[in-house]
Design a protein around this ligand. Structure first.
Ligand code: UT7
Length: 337
């Protein structure tokens, strides 16, 4: 039997983003949940979030972010061998969003599938893509994190209405001459399966006299304590596995769940002052699987992450599932439009 031999190393070759046109300030959210702009900013850091309109579907946002990523990577869509979409809010059970995205991009020959690892989905996708490239199963892989959480969030639920948001981020993963994606540290804690979840399963919804969308529910404070305590350890393990110290790190790009969780992780890891920290949540809210690539794209666009910089990604969410890895920032930011 023959086996495939892939590239020695894989790297992120390009990053792209799609942000919904409509930005919703806290003032538009607060009345329905008896809250205030001040409380939301203090507790989470969020000022605005993007809510998609009817035309900004999971597939449409994924295609737009992917085109952006492919252009920046200089990779033709027809060169893509595999499309991975990480999402929990593609509301068609089957077929996958990835097959539609691949078709719209003109990559019909590509393998295409969705993965469900909630807010950790993009980092799971990067780990899979890196191994596909190094294992020889694919040369170029498109990894997309995308959500329309506004479809599955109740605007009257105090624990989630101000947090969750919409958007898409994409990365092209391909061969690299130097190590540019470190070993993944990933796992799950199923004992805490109920902390963030769809309220009830579809059979229970349909058996009800007045069926309504089973929205997300979250025991926010329990998730907050778990993430603040455990995720710094996971992030540190990812640094250790890559042989990088915090002094060698340039950028910290955690899942944009809550600025206070980000602060707690940075303190626990004793990140030096020179490490630039992603704060995309302030404008974008918590976009689950899209949050890490959106935050990365923002840092590159703002000049906070430069070509060759070493960035630590860590993401965590429903499941509870988590994943972290060190990556190298691929290219200089494009000139402003
Ligand atoms: O992306 C997936 C992973 N998700 C996360 O990582 C989210 C993690 N959790 C969080 O970000 C935070 O738990 C929240 C931002 C959701 C909530 O912040 P918190 O500091 O954990 O608040 P809490 O639930 O402990 O509530 C504190 C107080 C309570 O009042 P009392 O009992 O102290 O008087 C709540 O009733 O805040 C009250 N409260 C609110 N007040 C205004 C709870 N929700 C709200 C609200 N507006 N929306």
């Amino acid at each position: 039997m023959q086996t495939d031999q892939g590239a020695s190393y894989a790297g992120i070759l390009g990053i792209g983003a799609y942000r919904p046109a409509r930005l919703v300030p806290n003032a538009e959210i607060v009345d329905a949940i008896d809250s205030s702009d001040e409380w939301i900013q203090q507790r989470s850091g969020i000022k605005t979030r993007g809510f998609a309109d009817d035309s900004e579907t999971v597939v449409a946002m994924s295609v737009a972010a992917s085109r952006d990523a492919l252009a920046h990577a200089g990779v033709d869509p027809r060169q893509v061998d595999c499309v991975i979409v990480a999402t929990v809010s593609h509301l068609l059970q089957t077929p996958s969003a990835a097959t539609a995205v691949a078709h719209e991009l003109g990559t019909d020959q590509a393998a295409a599938f969705d993965i469900s690892a909630a807010c950790a989905g993009f980092c799971h996708g990067v780990a899979l893509a890196s191994d596909l490239v190094r294992g020889g199963s694919a040369r170029y892989v498109l990894v997309i994190g995308v959500e329309r959480l506004s479809d599955i969030t109740s605007n009257t639920d105090r624990g989630t209405a101000f947090i969750f948001a919409d958007g898409a981020g994409a990365a092209v993963i391909g061969p690299s001459e130097t190590p540019a994606i470190g070993p993944v540290v990933w796992g799950s804690d199923g004992e805490q399966y109920d902390l963030i979840r769809q309220r009830e399963d579809w059979r229970d919804v349909l058996a009800s006299d007045s069926p309504e969308m089973p929205h997300l529910v979250m025991q926010g404070n329990a998730v907050f304590r778990w993430a603040s305590y455990s995720m710094a350890k996971v992030a540190q393990q990812a640094l250790d596995r890559a042989g990088i110290t915090v002094d060698e790190l340039d950028c910290f790009v955690p899942h944009q769940a809550n600025n206070r969780i980000t602060d707690a992780m940075a303190r626990a890891m004793k990140l030096p002052a020179h490490v630039r920290i992603a704060r995309d949540i302030v404008d974008a809210g918590n976009t689950s699987a899209a949050s890490v690539p959106l935050a990365l794209e923002r840092m590159i666009r703002d000049g906070d992450a430069k070509s060759g910089d070493v960035a630590l990604l860590v993401a965590f969410g429903a499941g509870l599932a988590y994943a972290a890895q060190v990556v190298t920032i691929p290219w200089d930011p494009p000139p402003p439009p």
